[in-house]
Design a protein around this ligand. Sequence first.
Ligand code: C5P
Length: 236
Amino acid sequence: MQSIPVITIDGPSGTGKGTIAHLLAAELGWHVLDSGALYRIIGLEAEQRGIPADDSAGLCRLASAVEIQFGTRFRGSICVDGIEKSADLRTEAAGALASKVAANPAVRHALLARQHAFRQPPGLVADGRDMGTVVFPDAGCKIFLTASAEVRAQRRYNQLKDKDVGVSLPSLFRDIQERDERDSTRAVSPLKPARDALLIDTAPLSVLQVLTAVRTHVARTLALESSATPPPASQP
Ligand code: C5P
């Protein structure tokens, strides 16, 4: 298990982690873990099933028992107990519910085994908040994407404004700040870069530029390039 390579991509919401993780995984032919989706599922299902946020035992039962199936496409289907829920799970409301249950140490512990199970050959690209620090601390390549809350709110606004008439830039900015605050100050697995992670400020960069920086780091750390380069011919 430990020999299966892992690339971790952590950072706050709106830094493009999901996009980069999926593009990279597709290029490498590796698996991908969207760990935020797991917390969104627990947050949303708990609310729909009437499990209170302080009912750790109930939340853990849910986290261990709920059946989850991810589609193979980026932002594709997510079935929870056989029901397609991807649209509900991608709302801002589900993000806020996720961030609340994610502060519960018992929930985080209950989701660990599920996350480790994504580590399958030939490799895994894992996207989240604590992939490099807690879930896969032995990962060979760790990346932490950043951008100011203003930049992230503006990106989210551009994505949502044509779909959601109720969306406003100030409220998105406020939500992002609240979520950042909760995610970085919680006692367990707070949002922070691993000591050995490469930090990339995505604010001035296009998706392609971020991907290029990530590829360079991946090639350096995992020595993927060297396996593609034939060794020099030996001298007679
Ligand atoms: O990445 P995404 O926005 O889907 O994550 C939703 C929430 O789930 C985050 O705000 C965070 O509170 C929580 N989360 C976490 N640890 C992860 C991934 C997500 O605490 N590895």
